[in-house]
Design a protein around this ligand. Structure first.
Ligand code: CP
Length: 309
């Protein structure tokens, strides 16, 4: 593994190793606090972020490394017309590893060509978000104790939600996953996900229009926000933005051990009253993001705690 562009760049065995390493970091972070000494992470964010950028930076700092980068296209020379490839090529002379977010699908893949240092896709348009997927897998593994034999409901903006697309691809490799897609008709999954994942692997899935009708079946409820920034038409966004709001009433029929996830940011699709429910996992999920990114940085840089014993 040199770069991480698509969640399918990782084998199931590589994911298992990353999850095991993240578990060990959670258990005893002190073992890892020097492993990236003298290493630098560049965060090149051409699109806004709170969790992904800051958890990458916190991850590198906790490993004893340093960080540099920018948090918007406006504060980089892309605002003067520099290409992404040129930017990445130049930064590869200043850093040991790059995490990059870009609004254009495929930009991190294009940038990774002919670059000697590892590039991590930190989200490309409505396409993929592989480190959110690793975060989600770590969350499911820690909260449910398994990655297979689960009924997973995905709710909200399934058309533009890159976290949903990446997680479906990753979970489709585990036994006994049943997918239930909960969205308005206008925000259903892109056809390429249905063809490339569900049809190709013969995975059964259901499409429904309300979360109430499937709530009692779910082991995981993965909520998502309607992605305003990907709409071409503001009127469509306003019409669809409140399609699904999870509140205490809707949880009455849910399993006792339901795991409610959300990649965040939340707008209003989960009532704040749900936050105190023990089944609300989304803030723990955001915290796990730092640990899995620590594991990923270490793996891509080829460093281990053993070298520092
Ligand atoms: N989940 C996620 O990608 O959040 P940010 O956009 O804040 O990074």
């Amino acid at each position: 593994m040199k770069h991480l562009i698509d969640p399918m760049d990782l084998t199931v065995e590589e994911i298992d190793r990353l999850l095991a390493l993240a578990d060990d970091i959670i258990a005893d972070g002190r073992k890892y606090q020097e492993v990236c000494r003298y290493k630098k992470l560049a965060t090149l964010f051409f699109e806004p972020s709170t969790r992904t950028r800051l958890s990458f930076e916190a991850a590198m700092l906790e490993l004893g490394g340093s960080i540099l980068g920018f948090s918007s296209a406006d504060s980089s020379s892309s605002s003067k017309g520099e290409s992404v490839s040129d930017t990445v090529r130049v930064v590869s002379g200043y850093a040991d590893i790059i995490a990059m977010r870009h609004p254009k699908e495929g930009a991190p893949l294009a940038a990774s060509r002919n670059i000697e240092i590892p590039i991590i896709n930190a989200g490309d348009g409505g396409h993929n978000h592989p480190t959110q997927t690793l975060t989600d897998l770590l969350t499911i593994h820690r909260e449910k104790g398994r990655l297979g034999n689960l009924t997973v409901g995905m709710c909200g903006d399934l058309k533009f939600g890159r976290t949903v697309h990446s997680l479906i691809k990753a979970l489709s490799r585990y036994e006994g996953i049943e997918f239930i897609m909960i969205s308005p008709k206008e925000l259903t999954l892109p056809e390429y996900i249905v063809k490339d994942v569900f049809d190709k692997k013969n995975i059964a899935y259901r499409e429904v229009r309300t979360m109430e009708e499937v709530m009692p079946e779910l082991d995981i409820l993965y909520m998502t926000r309607v992605q305003r920034e990907r709409f071409f038409n503001e009127a469509d966004y306003i019409r669809l933005k409140d399609s699904f709001i999870l509140d205490e009433k809707k949880l009455v029929t849910a399993k006792e051990d339901l795991c409610i996830m959300h990649p965040l940011p939340r707008v209003n699709e989960i009532s704040v009253k749900v936050d105190d429910d023990p089944r609300a996992c989304y803030f723990r999920q955001a915290r796990y993001g730092k640990y899995i990114r620590m594991a990923l940085i270490m793996t891509l840089l080829g460093v281990s705690a053993d070298e520092y014993r």
